[in-house]
Every structure is written in structure tokens, then in C-alpha cells.
Design a protein around this ligand. Structure first.
Ligand code: ZN
Length: 136
């Protein structure tokens, strides 16, 4: 069974913290121990894990990505969103996170971010659990 969470982006490029949404799905699913595979079924978005405590970090990452891969450039793709495709491939469309005692195993400062590179849009993130223990 694959579960989905919905994400609504509000700007062209944006990091959206989805940690709590994922945690809620883990709770609903009753997963106590295992792994959570996150998969973004889009070509112009990604998922990454990085600092969640200081929003400046997300701003800095986006700022550098937007500088390295400008919106306008010598691109061939006619849709006009090549920069978004490139950023999505650079950051990647999947992450695997451990689950223990019903909680995501993340470092103190880590959060899971949906990375929008061609918003604003409605998006989805697919989740698959591989469990080694379940609540009755
Ligand atoms: Zn495109």
C-alpha cells in the first residue's frame, strides 16, 4: 500500500517542511519500527532533509540553487521550466528515513522538506513503509 500526503506550494521555488505530516501518517498507519520511503512523483520537485530550526538555511540553499541554475538560460526544453527539472534532479526525488518507537529517526536539527521548483502547484508525496514491527 502506498500512502500520499498533499502539498500546496505558494511560490515558484520553496521548501515546505513536511516532517509533521509524515509523522501523522506513520501514527495513522501504526508503524512502530521500520523504514519510510518517500517518493516525489513529479519532475520539477524534490525531497531533501536538512536543518529545520533556522529558516535562513532553507533560504540560503534556495538562493544558491537559483543562482547556480537561473530560471532563464540557454535551455532547449520548450516548456520553459528547465531550471526546475535540473534542480529536481540535483536534489533527488526520494529519501529513506528510519522509524523507531513510532517516530521518525531524525537528528535534533533535521527536518524533511518538499522542494518546489516550479510552483505554485498542488503536489503529492508518496510514502511506503517497510515494517519489522506493528502495533496490534
Ligand atoms: Zn518541463
Amino acid at each position: 500500500m502506498v500512502r500520499y500526503i498533499n502539498v500546496k506550494s505558494r511560490t515558484r521555488t520553496e521548501f515546505i517542511d513536511i516532517t509533521e505530516k509524515i509523522q501523522e501518517v506513520i501514527k495513522e498507519a501504526g508503524v512502530v519500527s521500520g523504514i519510510c520511503c518517500l517518493y516525489v512523483p513529479h519532475t520539477t520537485a524534490a525531497v531533501t532533509i536538512n536543518e529545520g530550526a533556522d529558516p535562513s538555511v532553507q533560504r540560503d540553499i534556495l538562493s544558491v540553487l537559483n543562482r547556480l541554475i537561473p530560471f532563464e538560460g540557454d535551455y532547449h526544453h520548450r516548456e520553459g521550466n528547465s531550471s526546475a527539472h535540473i534542480k529536481a534532479s540535483m536534489l533527488g526525488i526520494s529519501q529513506t528515513v528510519l522509524i523507531d518507537e513510532g517516530r521518525l529517526v531524525l537528528g535534533t536539527w533535521q527536518s524533511i522538506f518538499f522542494c518546489e521548483f516550479d510552483g505554485p502547484r498542488h503536489r503529492r508525496v508518496a510514502m511506503k513503509f517497510v515494517t519489522d514491527k506493528k502495533t496490534p
